[in-house]
Design a protein around this ligand. Sequence first.
Ligand code: PRX
Length: 650
Amino acid sequence: MTHTNPQDHIDAMLHETRVIAPPEEFRARARVTREAYEQRYRQSLDDPDAFWSEVAAQLHWMTPWTQVLDWQEPHARWFVGGQTNLAYNALDRHVAAGLGEKRAIIWEAEDGETRTLTYSELLQEVKRAANVLLNLGVQAGDRVTLYLPLIPEAAIAMLACARIGAVHSVVFGGFSVSALADRINDAQSKVLITADAGYRRGQAVALKKNADEAARQTPSLEKMLVVRRAGTEVDWESGRDVWWHEAMSGASDEHEAAALDSEHPLFILYTSGSTGKPKGVQHTTGGYMVGTYLTTGEVFDLRDDDVYWCTADVGWVTGHSYSVYGPLLNAATVVMYEGAPNQPDWGRFWQIIEKHRVTILYTAPTAIRSFMQHGDALPGRSDLSSLRLLGSVGEPINPEAWMWYWRVIGGERCPVVDTWWQTETGAIMLTTLPGAHASKPGSAGLPMYGVEPALMTRNGQELGPDEGGLLVIKRPWPSMLRTIYGDDERYRKSYWGEIPGVYFAGDGARRDADGYVTIVGRVDDVLNVSGHRLGTMEIESALVSHPSVSEAAVVGKPDPVKGEGVVAFVLVQDGFEVDPAELRAHVSREIGALARPDAIIVADALPKTRSGKIMRRFLRQIAAGKAIEGDTSTLEDPGVLERLAATQPA
Ligand code: PRX
């Protein structure tokens, strides 16, 4: 059993000096050499037009672009005037090149059922689904919300939207009714695609039931398309509800991909920010396509015979860019697993790797830490010799977990690429290229092509090597978000207004003399719980919407597996009592189980300044069980800290 403490990780990361050179056998065959990276990286900054034109030209365009970039800060247009279609590039292009019989998706359910779709089969399904959407009245530019389990239909629906120019908004299946309703309303979606239920730890988890409830609060919704996944009973509203399989069997499998403007919106994906309202991150077609295509090919050193598995659900950006779009654009064979990592036990991932001869695994540090806790014996029981490359994403990976991944899973044979990026960046921004660069465990690494990172102070002063500061990106890149759906002002302010002239990532980091960037964590009120972004204000609003709570403050605390855990300080409403179990259930209902507080501390007051501002710094120290450090003299009632520290969390 290994126990790790993230607080120690931060120190460990900053003092980590190990350097792991690329394994020689890998290096000798790698797609990108160090010299090639250096030359191309330089070109990408010195002559971005030439660089990006060459990459984009590897894809199919119905009309060529006339200008690579039009940058009117903070608004970028990439491949201006070009027309293309992402689904065409991910499917038709490969079938036309003779890859129709190649496996596109190998899907596995928790009970071991598998389904394989070749590129021809996937293309046919996507064409049919495109016709289904058109038959339901969906037009280019209309929004379609997806609320699905991780089944092939999720990818089919996304690609069908992309094919006709409808804008998908995927809502993670673990989100609650109200989270779903909020997202449908914000996007004003016309159609919702859901399933009767999905499976999680052997249980059928109802989705249609949530969708029905959400639909009562979403006037824009006209149709609900329902995939029969579990065969469970569902309520049915005739006129509104349509079975996916019935619609598909009645639809033609002929469809020509729409020629869409390069800047045509592709999807909206909601993510947490520092206010209570999630942001609808808006991506567009051409730039996102080029960015995910390039990074998937090069960061994962993709080859024709790879079996590639990114474990992320399509409800998150990693699932968009690296479970679906990036790998399919590269004609890869993609593994998709619907279930939990510990079903029937913590060896399930290793069994899947053995069964499908997976060569590339891309997963999150939280999963790696869970596996690590369950020891080396379980991975030892499966044949992992097919693996040749490992990736990590979503949160900082502590050096200890990195070393375990490298040693136990990769057998010191597979390079480990740590990849830093965000919902907003669309594609990987910082990493090491396997074969080209040595890894420094705990450090994300070097910039990808076209990415110009810097570390700055709040007032925009650039910092030197080894100085900790705010991570910014100094120029636009193709796969960057274009706006916040319906709130361009928020886009302008949150990303290009914090420090004038640069993209503000919201992460604290430092960069060493070799240019390797180590991410320390968020500098705003955003938590990263098991690699999932959660806003403290979202959880606070959920808490105060319960009658027993008059005020709430939420902070993160280091957690050995999840990275961060959620700690809620709550004040009780007069005449009520707080029932911690009920409050947790309430947060699950309001947001989703992923936001459930790990600890609830019932307080008589919160540490506030005289002007009423909550001093979260002190709450974080209390949550972590640390001694109070810092100036407490500005507090209205300094005694509150002692009382809070003495309170047993529930
Ligand atoms: O804090 C960084 C962390 O996750 C944030 C982005 O979250 P999200 O938009 O949900 O996207 C996650 C998947 C790309 C970042 O601001 N983060 C992501 N990857 C890493 C990371 N922190 C450290 N190292 C990483 N590799």
